[in-house]
Design a protein around this ligand. Structure first.
Ligand SMILES: [Zn+2]
Length: 405
């Protein structure tokens, strides 16, 4: 099931793909139904169906009611969603998450293993291979039915070569690490391996399974300790010449800021809205606001960002100050992104999806206020509903989209 170099498709291949797409999108279908949808003869359709019956992508589910002369009952066919499997993985700062899905992106098994701070590459590679084998073994699937593996990494990635150019969480990996080759050397299966920045799989998940299924121009922003976006324009994932599209965390939103970013720059978007900064400012204000419900009588060192989110939704004065500051920088950053990419929807992913009503309502307000145009723009701003599965699901779905391309 290895994909070959993209060649000109023959008419036969094109016809097969058309039929497979119809089968995927419809529930059950007979050859007579198919012949009403496409301009192909019944014998040709039967040849195609037989091809897919043989390779397991289509199954003969039952006999239909007889409608034809002579009362012969037609065979009813359907797409076999268990005719193949995809693996999706995400390497984040502190864990490796992996899923195996069927051909309809349904998760069959999920694993998560912790990663050490700046864990060496050999250790992480072993965890990748072990997770992969765990997924395959725990689902008891036929390995020949694996259609591919996609793995998303934080940092700059070279999608074409399958390299992690630089990972901020794993500097010990060095530059231009060919993750794709290393994985292919160690897995027993000959399958396509795809490497990309995690945000590209996350935005893809929104397109395939999330809030953006009806949209062609989408930006998904994950904010937390860092900040990165996945960008889809005209239904295509955008990467750019140096694979930097989406590295919006390092757009400068406040050149006067004292806040130094992980990249060394001053006033980067990421640094201004990072949860670490919000928590640091909260602790600095503890003496001034000892009764703030952020602290709830606890040691200020033990608070986490959810305490600030919760307090802001209850109208706590300090929490509102902190959130208003974050909202201001988010407003500037996202307004710039809207002007750059003109998306139909901006989807917030990551920890800020838990910020609640106060954050998103005021974010929408400030973005409308900053808007330069008198024309009415209708960019939706919403919280993702995919949770922390967005990355792994998007990666597996990306494998499937390539397989069915
Ligand atoms: Zn920066």
């Amino acid at each position: 099931m290895m994909t070959s170099v993209r060649k000109q498709k023959t008419l036969k291949q094109i016809n097969r793909k058309v039929i497979l797409h119809i089968l995927r999108d419809s529930g059950e279908i007979s050859v007579a139904d198919l012949s009403r949808e496409v301009n192909l003869s019944k014998p040709t359709l039967m040849t195609i169906i037989n091809y897919y019956l043989k390779n397991g992508l289509v199954i003969n589910t039952r006999k239909g009611d007889s409608t034809e002369e002579g009362g012969k009952k037609p065979n009813i066919y359907k797409f076999n969603e268990d005719g193949g499997y995809a693996v999706g993985m995400i390497i984040s700062a502190n864990k490796l998450t992996a899923v195996i899905t069927n051909l309809k992106s349904k998760i069959l098994y999920k694993t998560s293993v912790p990663l050490k701070t700046n864990e060496g590459f050999d250790g992480v590679l072993k965890k990748i291979i072990d997770s992969y084998n765990n997924l395959v073994n725990n689902t008891n699937i036929d390995r020949k039915r694996l259609v591919g593996l996609a793995i998303g990494a934080y940092g700059i990635t070279n999608f074409t070569k399958g390299e992690v150019i630089f990972s901020p969480h794993f500097p010990s990996w060095g530059k231009d690490l060919n993750l794709k080759e290393k994985i292919l050397e160690q897995i027993p299966d000959e399958i396509p391996v795809i490497v990309d920045n995690h945000s590209r799989f996350q935005v893809f998940a929104e397109k395939i399974l999330g809030l953006a299924q009806e949209k062609n121009n989408i930006v998904a922003i994950q904010a937390g300790k860092g900040l990165v976006a996945g960008v889809i324009i005209e239904n295509e994932i955008k990467r750019g010449n140096h694979y930097l599209i989406g590295e919006i965390g390092h757009m400068i939103v406040d050149p006067e800021a004292r806040e130094i970013c992980a990249c060394g720059g001053k006033g980067c978007f990421e640094a201004m809205v990072s949860t670490n900064r919000i928590l640091r400012m909260a602790r600095e204000k503890h003496k001034e606001y000892p009764d703030s419900i952020i602290f709830n009588g606890n040691n200020p060192d033990t608070i986490d960002i959810s305490d600030v989110f919760t307090a802001s939704n209850k109208g706590d004065e300090l929490a509102l100050d902190l959130m208003n500051d974050a909202i201001k920088w988010f407003g500037i950053g996202i307004s710039n992104i809207i002007l750059m990419y003109d998306p139909q929807i901006v989807i917030i992913q990551g920890i800020f999806t838990k910020a609640g009503e106060y954050f998103i309502e005021n974010l929408r307000k400030i973005i409308n206020k900053i808007s330069l145009f008198s024309i009415k723009r209708e960019t939706e701003i919403k919280y993702s509903e995919l949770g922390d599965k967005a990355g792994v699901l998007g990666a597996a779905s990306y494998v499937l989209s390539k397989y069915f391309e």
